[in-house]
Design a protein. Structure first.
Length: 158
């Protein structure tokens, strides 16, 4: 088992848990939104709730998934946990419109996206269509999407 984490504290806790359970494996420390190059190729992967939905910008999220794809065997699953949204949510359209109006004209290269929120921290809420598109651009095909009781999606590496 190989894992990676951007929090040194969480990486140490996970490493200690592996030792206590007498399991082989390692937890690689890396930067936020990064995938360590030295990770091997695996049967599948899990992207936890606190990871994918905190990556700012579709381009950065697709790059993250593309980097993960390099470490997953063809046909292997990826499970992604996230917060869901419905495509036509008035709340998210209002947030985006307010942010666009307040954003200085010169800084619009990184525009607020439908689904972005900022209430103490950045979160992005995903529709099924959006998540399927991001997975596809990174080399995965969406196989299952559920938004209850905890939102998760499963894709397969193509």
């Amino acid at each position: 088992m190989e894992a990676f984490e951007c929090s040194s504290e969480l990486s140490e806790i996970a490493t200690q848990a592996l030792r206590e359970q007498r399991l082989s494996g390692r937890v690689e420390l890396c930067g936020p939104d990064e995938v360590p190059d030295q990770m091997g190729v695996h049967d599948g992967c899990f992207v936890g709730f606190g990871a994918y939905m905190h990556i700012v910008g579709r381009e950065h999220r697709v790059k993250f998934l593309t980097n993960i794809r390099a470490h997953v065997k063809t046909g292997g699953p990826i499970l992604v946990s996230f917060s869901p949204r419905h495509d036509e949510s008035f709340r998210f359209r209002l947030i985006r419109a307010a942010a666009w109006a307040a954003q200085p004209f010169g800084s619009r290269s990184q525009r607020v996206e439908l689904g972005d929120t900022l209430s103490g921290r950045f979160d992005h809420f995903f529709s099924e269509r959006e998540l399927a598109e991001e997975l596809a651009k990174a080399g995965f095909q969406l196989k299952m999407f559920r938004d209850q009781p905890f939102a998760s999606a499963v894709g397969h590496a193509v």
